[in-house]
Design a protein around this ligand. Structure first.
Ligand SMILES: [Zn+2]
Ligand SMILES: [Zn+2]
Length: 507
């Protein structure tokens, strides 16, 4: 697939995901409009009853008149109360939704722009930047002004209809119909507002990302379906300078309910070159072993990383393996210093345990799932005390049970991969971080190699049998392939490039 086409496909997918996100918000507010219609119908019923009985209660005309005015005034207040509450609810609910749209859009666009523009790195939007975007006025108003305006207008119309009807003695049936009609108008206006503002925030955030990443041109993309307007159809495929972008003129939304979007535009050669330049084929940290003595390694772990090293007395760790582990950690620490700083999960102990304590595993990473505490990273001394034996074992499993480039650092890096995944769960404040990350890698792989994998279970040949045993193992195995050895394969390269950007973008 041509890369420009690939980004166009993603741009449409992103627009659609924001469109689908609106659904729930619209549904929830529709229910509120229905609820208010019901409240008002009940109220009209009650008041009509009281008005019908006025002449029975009051003999005095003046008193009756006054009482009637009071009832009408109560009705009026009720109408405005209901709509005031509705406005507040609508603003609350939609603000949450628009924030979500802005975050989702910026994250998505940054990922793709970050993968093309080598000088920029993936980043999240800061809270005040989201606030800035939310308060942008467009055609003289922002969304909350529009909500107030819509509901005020609706309350005014409702007041006219209901007071008029009550005074002139219209039937309850007639009034109920009027209330329902106004409710539908309100509900429709609310949906139109949410659809249009969602498109506005989606595209406005995209424009901000283009500017942040120094993009020069964009292409207008109309969602071609039966409802595509003439204006959008005409703009479809046209290319404009970012500086010249004007919402409603050459940048969407062009009209209410608009679903058009844009994509960053690159000249084909520029795209291919930048894409080529930016892909990391191999992690540079794998080569630099430091020649630490065992004593030095232990002291670096303690003093630089706050990690205690617990060795097996009977089967002490091989000095060069420990050196590889610590050198690797140094390289990782240098490359991802921000990650190391912001990570709330700290490994307190690296242990080299006798086989009897390891229950047949070559290593493990143990942590708490409900807090940031890590128990330990353990290595099996049967393998780690004897490099030759470990190598023989690896020769036997690699390229099949284990990844193709497994070397004596493999188990340590694999377990460290589990640590990265656990840490990212807390740093991103997203319990499903690993799942989402793996899905994105699979999707990218499918797009690039024209395959249709859906689950970690299908990655036996692409990663390893062990990697296909669980999603967490696919993460750890692929992590080990990219960060722990030479010449990682295609899936590991996609994984590594993606993770690299995320880890570098933390601040
Ligand atoms: Zn349109
Ligand atoms: Zn594992």
């Amino acid at each position: 697939m041509n890369l420009n086409n690939y980004w166009i496909k993603r741009a449409f997918e992103l627009e659609n995901s924001n469109f689908v996100k609106s659904e729930e918000t619209i549904k929830r507010l529709n229910a509120s409009y229905l609820r208010i219609a019901k409240n008002l119908r009940d109220e009209v019923n009650k008041i009509q009853d009281k008005i019908d009985n006025i002449n029975i209660i009051f003999l005095d005309d003046v008193q009756a008149y006054k009482y009637r005015q009071k009832l009408l005034n109560d009705l009026k207040n009720k109408i405005y109360d209901e709509y005031r509450n509705l406005s507040r609810e609508e603003i609350n609910v939609t603000t949450k939704h628009y924030k979500d749209v802005i975050e989702n859009t910026y994250k998505n666009i940054s990922e793709y722009l970050g993968s093309i523009k080598t000088d920029a790195s993936f980043s999240m939007l800061k809270t005040d930047a989201i606030q800035d975007l939310l308060s942008i006025k467009w055609l003289g108003e922002n969304y909350s002004d529009r909500v107030w305006k819509n509901t005020n207008l609706l309350a005014k119309k409702m007041e006219d209809i209901l007071l008029d009807g009550t005074v002139s003695g219209k039937s309850i049936d007639f009034m109920a119909k009027q209330i329902n009609k106004m409710m539908r108008v309100g509900s429709f206006n609310c949906e139109r507002l949410i659809r249009t503002e969602t498109n506005f925030f989606h595209n406005r955030t995209t424009l901000k990302a283009y500017k942040d990443y120094g993009i020069e041109k964009y292409e207008f993309l109309a969602t071609i379906d039966s409802r595509t307007s003439h204006t959008c159809n005409k703009l479809n495929g046209q290319i404009f300078h970012i500086d010249k972008a004007r919402i409603g003129v050459n940048y969407p939304p062009m009209h209410p309910f608009c679903r058009s979007t844009t994509v960053a535009y690159f000249e084909e050669e520029q795209l291919q070159q930048e894409e080529k330049d930016s892909i990391i084929k191999e992690w540079k940290g794998i080569k630099n072993n430091a020649n630490y003595t065992k004593k030095e390694s232990v002291s670096i772990l303690k003093n630089k990383y706050g990690i205690d090293f617990k060795d097996s007395r009977k089967y002490p760790i091989d000095e060069s393996i420990l050196n590889e582990c610590v050198s690797w950690l140094d390289a990782f620490n240098d490359e991802y210093s921000n990650f190391m700083k912001v990570n709330p999960c700290k490994i307190p102990i690296i242990a080299n345990y006798p086989d009897s304590k390891m229950k047949n595993s070559v290593g493990y990473y143990s942590y708490y799932s409900n807090n940031t505490k890590v128990v330990e990273l353990a290595l099996n001394a049967k393998y780690h005390s004897d490099k030759d034996y470990f190598r023989q074992y690896l020769d036997y499993v690699k390229g099949n049970h284990s990844v193709a480039n497994a070397e004596s650092i493999h188990t340590f890096v694999h377990e460290y991969g589990h640590h990265i995944s656990n840490s990212m769960r807390w740093i991103s404040n997203n319990y499903n971080w690993q799942s989402e990350f793996i899905s994105e890698c699979i999707k990218e792989y499918n797009d690039k190699y024209n395959t249709s994998y859906t689950s970690y279970r299908e990655f036996r040949n692409i990663v390893s049998i062990y990697g296909a045993s669980a999603e967490s193992e696919l993460f750890a195995e692929t992590f080990a392939e990219f960060y722990g050895g030479k010449s990682p394969r295609e899936f590991a390269i996609i994984f590594g490039n993606k993770l690299n950007k995320i880890l570098k973008g933390l601040n």
